[in-house]
Design a protein around this ligand. Structure first.
Ligand code: COA
Length: 167
């Protein structure tokens, strides 16, 4: 992997703001296309992003900037673990623009979010789900010290509430 050199400054990671709405929407559209060949409904997605930006307890976004341009993002939702009596932070909406990949942008996002999580004694760990075929993302997560959790994800979505039609 290449690393940031003198011409590629380290990414600045910060909490997302309402003004990042458009770029976050664009990244999510690109993420769904690239990893799941899905075309998201931009109106529904925009509303979903807005509601999260308004109320980060639903979903909290961070963005990574290089030279003032947002080139990457990740969000976190929370799961309460009764077994371990603590919060698990789930990474969601992980995306780095193609031209900024391999430069440590997600490494910076992961480190920052992990530091924020570690600063709260109630957070006990990090989790995420990833498509079976997404080997690049899996290599990235392993490189950052995460291990496969050994679970399968089961789901039930309802078409009358925006879920996909049954196959
Ligand atoms: C997966 C993704 C977020 C990685 O972001 P990135 O900024 O390119 O990753 P980084 O440059 O920070 O890489 C971190 C580490 O992951 C590993 N890594 C990254 N890309 C890799 C690749 N293509 N192959 C193997 N390992 C890779 C490297 O070990 C790297 O560490 P190093 O640079 O010290 O060697 C990015 O490729 C992406 O947005 N992909 C499309 C969307 C996606 O798949 N999202 C995840 C959905 S679950």
């Amino acid at each position: 992997m290449s690393h940031p050199g003198p011409t590629s400054p380290s990414p600045l990671v910060r909490d997302a703001r309402p003004a990042d709405r458009q770029v976050i929407v664009a990244h999510n559209l690109a993420l769904a296309r690239e990893t799941e060949s899905k075309e998201l409904d931009p109106c529904v997605l925009t509303l979903g992003v807005e509601r999260a930006l308004d109320e980060p307890d639903r979903l909290r976004y961070w963005v990574a900037e290089v030279d003032g341009r947002v080139v990457g993002q990740s969000a976190v939702s929370r799961e309460w673990s009764d077994w371990r009596c603590g919060w698990i932070w789930w990474f969601q909406s992980v995306y780095v623009v193609p031209e900024a990949r391999g430069l440590g942008v997600f490494r910076a996002l992961h480190r920052h979010i992990r530091d924020v999580a570690r600063s709260s004694t109630e957070v006990i760990g990090l989790r995420l789900y990833v498509e079976r075929e997404n080997h690049r993302a899996q290599s990235t997560y392993r490189a950052l010290g995460m291990q496969p959790g050994g679970y399968l994800v089961y789901e039930e979505f309802w078409p009358d509430r925006g879920g996909p039609p049954r196959a």
